[in-house]
Design a protein around this ligand. Structure first.
Ligand code: SF4
Length: 644
């Protein structure tokens, strides 16, 4: 949360934020002070500040007690700006590593209501160091004088070894009162996967939503990528409670009403809404059919030999042709986009043909249809049964696994076994949903010492690097790398921090065989999608910079512009790239797996066959040089210098 330093702020430097370093080993505050905002990156928040924190630490082991994990929010988190809900978890990633094995800084973000409560406690940046001697709960609480209080206590049995829904249900009963509809607390928890952080490097953090706490159903949001849950687990923190009885809710002036109307109901978010919600196109789940129609949906470890391979588990098929299923769209606190597509069993008497009635009359909750989770635990594993697909995706959430990394690992194991020779995971084969579920359980509970470490580490030990789908150790998202030479230049999650992944299908001006096209896309605009990782809004709001700037003016009463927002975003991106260089990356770190190139097994598919080694080499060399130049130009050269 930002605090006014003067009665009538006129510029970003008229604000301050609280920065606390909390040593979880001792359970004590190592330092706490209010810091004056120095620039737009500080003001916007999120990774605008956490990259600066990362630069202050020398880290060779992401799990070392001295390695920091920073939790913060954006300037619009917890305000009336629609989708302003995000919380960020930033540290050094166990997955994202240099070729020499050094961990690189990264972050993961989640919506839901943890962020708005965390912000309402008055906390700005909470930096955790150390490791608690026993599994613990960290409580970040509001106080009467506005200064956040942090305490730590032993975790009860309900929070050790249990699955994430059980943990959140326990905390909800303890800190909230459902009968009185009183919810002063929200939660961020790890699951069993993060408890086994030594062998699970892609554990996630699960955050509570207002609707989930009110209904008691499994409705959560996730900071999934890059193993931030594993880092939290290494600190022995089972759950973080953000306790703020009084909501501090900046409402903004009249301009915010129009902005929120556009975000909630306008064209910019149509793609993420349900068809019954202002003519929506179906949420992220629509991507399965979109990509499958043109033969580029990930199938059996990113190798689709044809079109419409996954029709039974298209969102539209499950929604429109399965009378045994009911889909209900739900949203985070105050968000009218309502992007969550939750599937339920139909009631015994059958699904009501009227969608408005059906949503109020359904059977038990089965799971949510989000593109990445459903695609990678469905078609990419050769699993095409809707019920099996929903259950497999939901299992990741229950165990506290990042659904993208977990399923890319399972797909890799299936691919590995399909090629003959040594077998892993009991010889697991494509299409074996029960076997995939067993493997996920084994990984999460620490019974698979290798397969929890991500495809980079696995392939280094047992082979298979050409079809281990990752860049810099980060498993590729549910978009073929064959269509996306931008993956190696993502500074965090492959599709959340470099927006080049859909261009091959959606940009009518795409020139896939032109190196210059990709160079321009990566260096001129791909990075701009991380804007939301500073200010606290949701990716799915697709808010243009001018809209965010107007929202900031409305909420904080200071001048701001879209240009300033983009400039701060680019600075953050370049600082992230400089921190990668600080950890020792060289040109060779920015690579793609061998089999994606033309002439290789996954490189010549009917739907895509343009990415030759030569083409990628041209793109890589030019982008690397461009970003290095800007590291110097923007004043981050000293970070790279520190490495040598
Ligand atoms: S778009 Fe979806 S994830 Fe984002 S705030 Fe709205 S409901 Fe939550």
């Amino acid at each position: 949360m930002l605090k006014n330093r003067v009665e009538h702020p006129e510029e970003v430097t008229d604000f301050a934020y609280t920065r606390m370093v909390f040593d979880v080993s001792q359970g004590t505050v190592a330092s706490c002070r209010d810091v004056q905002v120095q620039d737009d990156m500080d003001f916007l928040g999120g990774i605008g500040r956490t990259f600066k924190v990362a630069a202050e630490y020398d880290v060779t082991d992401p799990f070392a007690p001295a390695s920091p994990l920073t939790i913060n929010t954006g300037c619009l988190t917890g305000t009336a700006f629609m989708t302003g809900l995000r919380a960020y978890f930033a540290g050094y990633s166990p997955l994202k590593r240099t070729l020499a094995g050094a961990p690189m800084p990264a972050w993961s973000a989640m919506s839901g209501s943890f962020g708005r409560k965390f912000s309402a406690t008055g906390m700005g940046d909470l930096i955790l160091t150390g490791a608690a001697p026993e599994p613990s709960i960290l409580v970040v609480a509001q106080s009467s004088d506005g200064a956040p209080q942090v305490s730590i206590e032993k975790a009860p049995p309900e929070l050790v070894g249990t699955r994430t829904p059980e943990r959140i249900r326990y905390l909800n009963e303890r800190y909230n009162d459902r009968e009185k509809r009183s919810f002063p607390a929200h939660f961020a928890v790890i699951g069993p996967a993060a408890e086994h952080w030594e062998t699970v490097w892609y554990a996630c953090i699960v955050g509570s939503t207002q609707e989930g706490l009110m209904t008691g159903e499994d409705k959560y949001r996730y900071a999934g990528r890059l193993g931030m849950g594993s880092v939290l687990g290494s600190k022995n923190i089972a759950a973080i409670v953000a306790l703020a009885p009084k909501d501090v809710y900046l409402k903004g002036d009249d301009r915010l009403k129009a902005i929120n109307r556009e975000i909630g109901r306008g064209d910019q978010t149509r793609g993420f809404r349900n068809p019954t919600n202002n003519d929506g196109l179906g949420g992220t789940g629509k991507n399965t059919r979109l990509l499958d129609n043109v033969g580029v949906v990930p199938f059996r470890n990113f190798e689709p030999h044809g079109e419409n391979l996954a029709t039974p588990v298209h969102l539209e098929t499950m929604r429109d042709e399965h009378p045994d299923l009911v889909v209900v769209d739900k949203g985070c606190f105050g968000c009218q986009i309502a992007c969550h597509q939750d599937f339920y069993e139909a009631p015994e008497e059958g699904r009501d043909p009227d969608p408005k009635k059906a949503r109020r009359n359904h059977g038990k909750y089965l799971g949510r249809y989000e593109y990445e989770g459903m695609e990678l635990s469905g078609p990419n594993l050769g699993v095409l049964d809707p019920h099996e697909n929903l259950a497999l995706a939901r299992l990741d959430d229950d165990l506290g696994l990042d659904t993208i990394s977990a399923n890319v690992v399972v797909g890799f194991a299936m691919d590995y076994n399909s090629r003959g020779g040594d077998q892993v995971a009991g010889g697991l084969q494509f299409g074996d949903a029960d076997g995939a579920a067993r493997l996920k359980e084994d990984i999460a509970y620490g019974r698979e010492p290798l397969l929890g470490k991500g495809v980079k580490a696995i392939s280094e030990q047992i082979g298979g690097a050409p079809f281990a789908l990752h860049s810099k150790g980060v498993e590729h998202s549910a978009y073929l790398g064959q269509t996306n030479p931008g993956y190696p230049f993502a500074v965090a999650g492959g599709h959340m921090s470099m927006r080049t992944f859909l261009l091959y299908v959606t940009d009518p001006k795409c020139e896939p065989e032109s190196a210059q096209y990709w160079i321009d896309q990566i260096t001129q605009q791909g990075w701009s999608c991380i804007t939301k990782d500073l200010y606290g809004g949701c990716l799915f709001a697709l808010s243009p910079p001018a809209q965010v700037a107007e929202g900031i003016e409305s909420v904080f009463g200071i001048p701001f512009t879209g240009e300033r927002l983009l400039e701060a975003t680019y600075r953050a991106y370049i600082m992230g790239f400089a921190l990668e260089r600080k950890q020792g990356t060289e040109l060779a770190d920015y690579e793609m797996p061998e089999e994606l190139y033309t002439g290789e097994r996954k490189g010549d598919l009917p739907g895509v066959h343009f990415l030759s080694r030569e083409l990628y080499g041209q793109i890589r060399d030019s982008v690397f040089e461009h970003f290095n130049r800007d590291v110097e130009r923007l004043g981050y050269g000293h970070l790279v210098g520190e490495a040598s």
